[in-house]
Write a protein that binds this ligand. Structure first.
Ligand code: ZN
Length: 159
């Protein structure tokens, strides 16, 4: 009788796998890749930040103090996320912007450190970018998009 249980276990595994695939296909991101595909395309730090919602060390990104004119795109899928005119120095150690390029950054809520924070994600590939806080410049939006430099690539404006 015990042997009979095995096919059932196998069947339930198939059901579980089917369910998780269905759940993923509901994702609104237009670029969906497997973890392995992302791992092959990204650097270790980019993968840790974008796909594992990691945080780079403060003051570690060269983009933190970059104030050249240009566009910041997603390091994973190259979607334009932030314009240089939205960037300001928050003195936090991470690149900060008072707003994103409309429609290209999506908001989510995470409880990773015990309380609710607004997580910012690339709307195209779902990559984790950073968090939004309400201590941004009051003269503009009041928002601070605290972004990991590793999640971004900078494309300087051509003169
Ligand atoms: Zn992206």
């Amino acid at each position: 009788m015990k042997q009979l249980k095995k096919p059932y276990l196998f069947l339930s595994l198939i059901v579980i796998c089917t369910f998780s695939t269905t759940a993923q296909s509901k994702n609104t991101n237009t670029i969906v890749k497997t973890e392995l595909q992302w791992k092959l395309e990204l650097t270790a730090l980019q993968f840790y930040v974008l796909r594992k919602s990691g945080t780079e060390n403060p003051f570690s990104s060269l983009l933190n103090k970059n104030y050249a004119d240009g566009i910041y795109v997603c390091a994973a899928c190259k979607t334009p996320l932030y314009a240089s005119e939205y960037k300001y120095d928050s003195h936090s150690g991470w690149p900060a912007f008072d707003r994103a390029i409309k429609g290209n950054v999506s908001l989510d809520v995470d409880y990773k450190i015990g309380y609710a924070r607004t997580e910012l994600k690339c709307a195209t590939c779902g990559g984790h970018l950073g968090h939004s806080f309400d201590d941004g410049p009051k003269e503009t939006t009041g928002k601070r998009h605290c972004i990991n430099g590793a999640a971004l690539l900078f494309i300087p404006k051509k003169n």
